[in-house]
Design a protein around this ligand. Structure first.
Ligand code: AMP
Length: 382
């Protein structure tokens, strides 16, 4: 195994390549942007993700192909997987592309989800609203991410506006209506399955969002995670087997009074696992690379407290943030732009120091966009 192909050349591909280079592996990545940030550490093929000749080139020059995002068409994937192993495989990718398929699979393995109904037209929406009640959330089944392609319906009279905001002026569309889950917090489980079927679990991680963007992730201590860790790991084991998955898989959950409710899955490395680069265990990026390359997996357990803050819109002054001894800076070398993830900070609270005190020291040094929600309440506090 010498070269791994990645569909997508953003920061996830960049961090995969950075993790794989010490193992002697090389990388090629497809991305339509000539300045895609993985280009600094991978051979960049500038083309649309589904471009047949670019995918054919990836298949020829690589021993195995993986992807950093889910929006690869089934047709492109079929062509690619006929020519080169693609890990994770087609079933994982196709499941994650459709919220309805995803929820049906969760249900079939006994994993609770929000109550939901497929919605194809405004009449379906009215009927589904009568069944599920308000509030409810109307979402696109495909190609939605970070809260885009969805609308909250607080009362039945919001239905028309919600349809228009999600489906535009189309009279039919593939949508899903979800009942509103009253949750205490949002957590994610990232696990990695090797080509030999071995499985490692990262700790359950608490995620704080603002404006539909992940802001802060904290892997929970075994004590804080105890009420939910067993449910998350058991779900992951069933799902990995069912999908025949190889590589990283992330399931995002709502924490409710009745336990975890699954929201969605991502068959790849995930933003809520970026803390693993500095937690002392083998990172999610290295384990994903090891899995797709057929290598043994490493211990994912962090050896010290760690948490992650996403840098949104613009980078802070490195002279300032790096003067804090507990900060590790990850700069994706991307052009600054409002709402864009341009880097992250991993924060390693020294023994006896409250993580909140570290976050409070960081907050004045980062942009306002970045500091949103980083001081929000945490599970296990108070
Ligand atoms: P998603 O695109 O499904 O990840 O949704 C984005 C965010 O919207 C989630 O992180 C939740 O905060 C919220 N959300 C999504 N679905 C629901 C739901 N059924 N009930 C309550 N909140 C939701």
């Amino acid at each position: 195994m010498k070269r791994i192909g990645i569909v997508g050349g953003g920061q996830l591909a960049r961090m995969l390549a950075l993790a794989g280079r010490p193992l002697g592996l090389e990388f090629s990545a497809i991305d339509p942007a000539p300045d895609a940030c993985a280009g600094a550490v991978a051979r960049l093929i500038v083309a649309e993700y589904g471009d047949a000749s670019a995918l054919a080139r990836l298949a020829v020059e690589c021993d195995v192909v993986t992807y950093e995002f889910e929006n690869l068409s089934a047709k492109a994937l079929d062509g690619l997987s006929a020519a080169v192993p693609v890990r994770p495989g087609t079933r994982s990718l196709l499941t994650s592309q459709d919220r309805l398929v995803e929820k049906s699979l969760f249900g079939s393995i006994g994993l609770p989800t929000a109550p939901h109904r497929p919605v194809d037209n405004p009449a379906d929406l009215e009927k589904a609203l009568r069944t599920l009640g308000c509030p409810a959330i109307l979402k696109t089944r495909r190609l939605g991410y970070d809260g885009k392609g969805q609308a909250l319906i607080r009362a039945p009279e919001d239905a028309r506006m919600a349809w228009a905001s999600v489906a535009g002026d189309r009279s039919t569309s593939d949508l899903i209506l979800e009942g509103f889950v009253r949750f205490r917090s949002e957590v994610s489980q990232i696990s990695c399955r090797g080509a030999d079927g071995s499985l490692v679990h990262y700790p359950l991680t608490e995620n704080a969002h603002a404006g539909g963007i992940l802001r802060r992730s904290i892997p929970l201590s075994p004590t804080v995670a105890a009420p939910w860790a067993g449910q998350a790991r058991a779900a992951m084991e069933r799902l990995m087997l069912e999908l025949g998955h190889v590589g990283n898989l992330c399931i995002e959950f709502f924490v409710t009074a009745d336990g975890l409710v699954a929201n969605e899955m991502a068959p790849r490395v995930h933003n809520s696992g970026h803390w693993s680069l500095d937690g002392g265990g083998v990172s999610q990026f290295e384990n994903h690379v090891r899995a797709v390359a057929g290598l043994p997996l490493g211990n994912p357990e962090p050896s010290r407290p760690v948490l992650m803050v996403n840098l949104i819109g613009s980078m802070p002054d490195p002279m300032k943030v790096l003067s804090l001894p507990f900060v590790r800076l990850h700069d994706y070398a991307k052009e600054p732009r409002g709402g864009r993830k341009v880097g992250h900070l991993n924060i390693l609270p020294p023994p006896g120091v409250d993580p909140r005190a570290c976050l409070a020291a960081v907050a004045p040094l980062v942009s306002e966009e970045t500091s949103a929600a980083i001081l929000s309440p945490m599970l296990g506090e108070g």
